[in-house]
Design a protein around this ligand. Sequence first.
Ligand code: AMP
Ligand code: MG
Length: 328
Amino acid sequence: MRGNVRSKIAAAVVPATPEAVIKAARLIRNGGLVAFPTETVYGLGSNASDDAAVLSLFTVKGRPFWNPLIVHVDSIDSATALVDLEERGSVLARENWPGPLTLVARRRSGCAISRLATAELETLAVRVPDHPVALSLLATLGCPIVAPSANLSGFTSPTTAAHVADSLAGAVDLILDGGSCRVGLESTVIDLSGPHATLLRPGGVTIEKIERLIGPLAPACSRTESVTRSPGMLHRHYAPSRPLRLNAHDVRPGEVLLGFGRVPGATLNLSQQADVEEAAANLFHMLRALDRRDVTVIAVSPVPSIGLGVAINDRLRRAAAGKDEPVG
Ligand code: AMP
Ligand code: MG
């Protein structure tokens, strides 16, 4: 039995060579699911216009249907064929794409993206990923790909092909190995569909950068508002199996410490130099590494909410939330 599982894992992960990318595009065209690297985290991709493929993606991840998917495209032109980015969106797209920024905008009439993929919303979340493998997959396929993170819903996002294999090998058609993800955190999500640009999720592009380009973002949504505007923002998410204790200044019996900066007693350190970009790139794989059977609690040093620190703290709060506890 074990041997079987191992051989499936070995068969599913392949280096992202040009030939493998062509094979991946063929699989997606035929309704398959392919995990591939992006600069943020590994995505699990399916043809964005194929209802049956999108359904199998939700099923494999165990993702609730009310949580819409991000549509990945290869260029600004491909994005504007699907949504009207208007003035603010065009500025943000020009300055940040390819890159870790997702824009939510009104879908154009006649847009062929699966309604299942977007939870029947009148808006669409779209981005151009900044990774050569993701871009060549999109160019080879020639149509948009929906791609949530390639992990079981609610758990820590994968930043290596091995992480994907840990939870999804055997359930997907192919895992393209393109090494570790550079940014290591999901994209920033900005909603441009209303009168005020709103931050729906902090991520790989800093709020400071966005506000420099289009002015102040509307304040974070209230819990009720965020249910309707972005259904996926609410729940405990990105969570390891062990509980987390945040803003820890000491290490208690049974705990391991995930440090930040020069703190004594850390089992792993997000960044000795207290560099938030380095910490973001390390966050998910270090949480996975500490999520061990012999550990009772993962204590985490305080991380300043500056630059990418805002997104790191958002993920840590969601990871630390109690099961079934909403995080508004
Ligand atoms: P994930 O795929 O888990 O990285 O999450 C994508 C996030 O984008 C989810 O939390 C969704 O709630 C959000 N999202 C996707 N599409 C839309 C949309 N049309 N409107 C608002 N939020 C969206
Ligand atoms: Mg995810």
